[in-house]
Design a protein around this ligand. Structure first.
Ligand code: SF4
Length: 447
């Protein structure tokens, strides 16, 4: 039976020393109960308590770090549920752009530059390709080491070293061991030597096998050799089998506490057909890959995939919001238009993006609607003319402009009369229903 926060708390020193990074032992215990921390993360824990409870309280899926410490380090795993609505998914899938061994050195460097530059901004967050999967298959050991070193030095993201020959992968790993690449991958044919490469270089290891039983054996062998950071690897081309196995592995780890499969998964979805690759990668973003290897680096493939990962790995119980305040877009003056919208992040950033596109510097007054978009907020009684007027006052918007014109969302025309009747905003203009109409609307209605 799962230990509760209080069960765990009873076994802690209760000194509130904060060495674990939490303000109190109780706060730490709650994190252990939520499977986000291991009991052994408390440095004050007695050896007896460690022996008695560490295994029972350890997260069912290990958190695996790839790359050196820092912002670009990839963290995958430590998931706790099969379905997002049960709690949330914690560590978003990382997309890895493949650098094929067949490329010349110049082509490989150019490809890495593409990976470095594959970054976008969406609803105020940076989303990007997070890894480079550098294939060394078929290269000599010297060439593999040289390529790994050149690309690792130029990369903003951690590397995966892909190859089946342990001697070649060892040369590449040895050249960039300080970058903590993911060694890809141990198979039934090379397991002993590939595990040694990971152990010697203190790197995480990907392992693959035909069956989950064999995969569990490989993970146990890695652990016995001192390689604790393992990633379960699956081939995306056999989609049905991979979906079955990746789901069964996760269920065994989370529901049965089967430690040998208690690791994050990865899928090689790279193929020549960009449409098929996008579908495969999207499928395994949802279920349940921590890393997905792809070929395509075009925005038409990346943006949908990164958006999917961003959406799936948000907390479904916490609305995605922005601060309710007055935003200035561009070099505003006292003649700039004033618009209002809600604090649902997707709504706000859609409006902000379109105002930017209009090139008309504007004020955007954001009303706190508890994270709901315009229509939902209206239907749920989270926005009203009275609340808009109150917010305009709290944000001192009238002090910023000399006019008293207010552009309201086109979905809220009933607000016009009441705002005009009850406030100093005497000219309320009904804007477009959709944010995409803002540039044209401002061009035609604001001089
Ligand atoms: S390190 Fe241990 S004893 Fe100190 S606050 Fe954290 S849980 Fe409590």
């Amino acid at each position: 039976m799962a230990m509760t926060g209080m069960d765990i708390y009873k076994n802690l020193p209760k000194s509130n020393c904060k060495e674990c990074g939490f303000p109190t032992c109780l706060a730490f215990a709650m994190q252990v109960a939520a499977k986000q921390k291991a009991l052994t993360d408390c440095p004050q824990l007695s050896d007896e308590a460690k022996d008695a409870f560490a295994d029972a309280s350890a997260p069912p899926m290990k958190l695996v770090h790839i790359g050196p410490e820092g912002d670009a380090q990839v963290k995958i795993g430590q998931e706790t549920v099969m379905f997002r609505h049960e709690d949330k998914f914690y560590n978003a899938s990382a997309l890895a752009g493949k650098v094929a061994a067949s490329l010349s050195d110049e082509e490989a460097s150019a490809r890495l530059r593409q990976i470095n530059e594959a970054a976008f901004s969406r609803i105020g967050q940076d989303i990007s390709v997070s890894m480079a999967a550098v294939e060394v298959e078929g290269l000599s050991a010297d060439a593999a080491a040289g390529r790994a070193k050149t690309l690792a030095d130029a990369s903003r993201v951690p590397l995966i070293l892909m190859g089946s020959d342990p001697a070649v992968v060892a040369a590449a790993a040895g050249a960039i061991a300080d970058k903590k690449p993911l060694i890809y991958q141990a198979t039934a044919d090379n397991a002993e030597a590939m595990i040694k490469v990971a152990a010697d270089n203190k790197c995480p290891l990907a392992a693959t096998a035909d069956t989950l039983e064999e995969l569990a054996d490989l993970a146990r062998s890695a652990a016995d050799a001192g390689v604790g950071d393992v990633v379960l690897s699956f081939d995306g081309r056999d989609t049905a089998k991979t979906l079955r196995n990746i789901t069964s592995a996760r269920r065994a780890a989370l529901k049965k506490n089967f430690r040998a499969l208690g690791f994050p998964a990865m899928v090689d979805a790279a193929c020549d057909d960009p449409f098929k690759e996008t579908v495969l990668a999207a499928t395994f973003t949802a279920k349940y890959a921590g890393i997905i290897i792809i070929n395509g680096l075009d925005g038409s493939e990346l943006i949908p995939l990164l958006t999917a990962a961003q959406n799936i790995y948000t907390d479904p119980q916490v609305p995605n919001t922005v601060e309710a305040k007055l935003y200035e877009v561009g070099d505003v003056t006292d003649s700039s238009p004033v618009l209002f919208t809600t604090n649902f992040a997707l709504t706000y950033f859609s409006v902000e993006g379109e105002v930017e596109r209009s090139k008309v510097p504007s004020y955007i007054c954001v009303v706190d609607t508890e994270g709901l978009g315009v229509l939902n907020a209206y239907a749920g009684d989270k926005i009203s003319p009275e609340k808009v007027v109150k917010t305009l006052g709290e944000q001192s918007v009238a002090d910023k402009v000399k006019h008293r014109k207010l552009i309201i969302p086109g979905l809220l025309p009933p607000f016009r009369a009441e705002i005009e009747d009850t406030s100093e905003w005497k000219e309320v203009i009904i804007g477009p229903e959709s944010a995409t109409g803002i540039p044209r609307f401002l061009a035609e209605n604001w001089n």
